[in-house]
Design a protein around this ligand. Structure first.
Ligand SMILES: [Zn+2]
Length: 265
């Protein structure tokens, strides 16, 4: 009889233990699931959509091999803000319009004189300069470096992205005195409030690449993403299809020119 009672006790004891262990496991597993779910939700709500959107930015786009006149992200700049038919990204235009309006209240007038240029446009500029410069420079590398003082190789221009604009003049001296100096001072002081910044500042602090361009302003909220994707997806060997393109690797065009920019501050 006592053996029977002992057996029943053992049975109850083991049943209790076997319930405890799975329950603990279940709780711990639920906690893990909740933690995972939180992480997943956090990603879904914040990071993931951007990561997804950024990963859709193609090499073709980044290298300017598309028609901005028909691309859905691009719009024509209204006549009052440009001096000819110019396209930029809608978001860039919205930010520029606000900056344009604010400057106007301060008696400053801004006109976009260059916006989006695709691979074909940039190739025309490059080839034109190439045919001129090749006559006076001994090597392809020297010819390319001369052109690269102010002009990009096709596939490497920030103007491909619809985020970068040239304002008022393409001559440095214009911004040194009088009206030009006032306009430049206004931009230096205020452009960042609207997301714009000067990418090609003086090179004395170690920036590589193009010469200083007081007229070239970049819409950072978009161009930041494109540069990030460019560095992930494009290398020197992808820069092809124009005179002297074989110099891209020798010059290390992606490191020294595409990334030869001022930091946004
Ligand atoms: Zn420019």
């Amino acid at each position: 009889m006592s053996q029977l009672i002992f057996s029943i006790f053992l049975l109850i004891f083991f049943c209790a233990c076997s319930n405890t262990t799975p329950n603990n496991t279940t709780i711990s597993s639920k906690q893990d699931d909740q933690a995972t779910a939180t992480k997943v939700n956090h990603k879904d709500n914040t990071l993931q959509p951007n990561v997804k959107a950024d990963s859709l930015i193609s090499s073709v786009f980044l290298m300017g091999k598309f028609d901005y006149r028909t691309h859905p992200w691009f719009v024509k700049v209204p006549a009052g803000m440009s001096n000819r038919e110019i396209y930029i990204q809608k978001e860039t235009l919205e930010a520029f319009s606000k900056m344009h309006e604010a400057a106007k209240k301060d008696g400053i007038s801004f006109v976009i004189i260059s916006g989006t240029r695709n691979f074909t446009d940039q190739k025309a500029i490059w080839e034109n300069k190439w045919s001129r410069e090749i006559v006076t420079h001994k090597t392809h590398k020297a010819t390319a470096l001369k052109i690269l003082e102010y002009s990009s190789m096709p596939s490497t221009s920030r103007h491909h992205w619809g985020t970068d604009i040239d304002i008022n003049s393409l001559v440095s001296s214009y911004f040194k005195t009088g009206k030009g100096a006032e306009e430049y001072a206004w931009l230096v002081k205020n452009a960042k409030k609207y997301g714009f910044y000067q990418t090609y500042t003086p090179k004395d602090k170690g920036r590589t690449g193009y010469s200083v361009e007081e007229w070239h302003w970049s819409y950072y909220p978009l161009s930041r993403k494109y540069l990030e994707q460019y560095n992930l997806k494009i290398s020197n060997k992808d820069i092809t299809g124009f005179s002297g393109c074989e110099t891209a690797s020798e010059i290390d065009i992606v490191k020294n020119y595409v990334n030869g920019i001022e930091a946004f501050k």
